[in-house]
Design a protein around this ligand. Sequence first.
Ligand SMILES: Nc1ncnc2c1ncn2[C@@H]1O[C@H](COP(=O)(O)OP(=O)(O)OP(=O)(O)O)[C@@H](O)[C@H]1O
Ligand SMILES: [Mg+2]
Length: 312
Amino acid sequence: MNAPTPVDEAGPDRIAGPDVVDLGAERRATGIDDYLAGLDARLVGLTPVKQRIDEIAALLLVDRVRTRVGLATGPPTLHMSFTGNPGTGKTTVASAMGEILHRLGYLRSARVVSVTRDDLVGEYIGHTAPKTKDVLQRAAGGVLFIDEAYYLYRPENERDYGQEAIEILLQVMEEQRDDLVVILAGYADRMERFFGSNPGFRSRVAHHIDFPDFDDGELVRIGEMLLADQQYRLSDDARATLFDYVGRRRSQPHFANARSVRNALDRARLRQANRHVTAGTVAVDDLSVIEADDLAVSRVFNDRPDDARESR
Ligand SMILES: Nc1ncnc2c1ncn2[C@@H]1O[C@H](COP(=O)(O)OP(=O)(O)OP(=O)(O)O)[C@@H](O)[C@H]1O
Ligand SMILES: [Mg+2]
């Protein structure tokens, strides 16, 4: 057998020689792992999304090292699209992207400026360009998150100022791609149509990240985390009822994943408070407990899904 090469001997304490770069040490130096571990703990599920974030982190790490050792390397394009159903965590993850890309040395700021069409497009002639440029200036060096990006494009209006905003955005996405990351977000089918009508956007977006619906167990865990943040918890029966709830709620109109759970639990807290006030006294421990009944009176358990009217 050949003598092992230094790479074969590599252990955790290995000191990288001049021919080897210790990417683990590089990664630790960014502090990104602490941040991602925190995000992982805070965000239930979303495994494919977390994997894509890891891939982007790896790409940027290798890119930094390549730059340092003098290899040809243009800064990678990092504009992204986030597609998924309501309440699947798109806005939540976008707000973490600034921090992630800043820690990895790609962006000079961790700031995320979040906008929709109305922040970019004016109502009168001459208003759109200054509005869009003002937003771009605020976002420069960080992330610009454009929620429901497809509303920018309104082909049915003959003179739509959205087109003007689109042209400015496309230019900046090209020219300032190492100083601004644009994230376009929205529901998958409409985003697909939007990219179809605006190939300029499609070609500038390097990372398309799809946010899956949460399964029932994930929704219950999200609910328990939301409650724990506010020092509430579910009784065992209530946990079973919430499980049942999310299974039914899913097939009713206006289901919005994690947001539907949040809304259901807000209403449960209301019922819990009402129950205690009606009883007149309450054990201190019970102040923190949501019982099955607080959820079970929901209309979702009738066949008249009034709760389905919840707004987003
Ligand atoms: N993976 C998750 N773990 C825990 N809580 C989550 C998770 N994803 C989302 N949430 C919570 O659910 C709520 C809705 O999430 P968010 O606003 O990010 O969804 P969205 O995809 O942007 O929805 P929309 O398309 O309707 O704008 C937020 O309160 C957020 O804190
Ligand atoms: Mg959102």
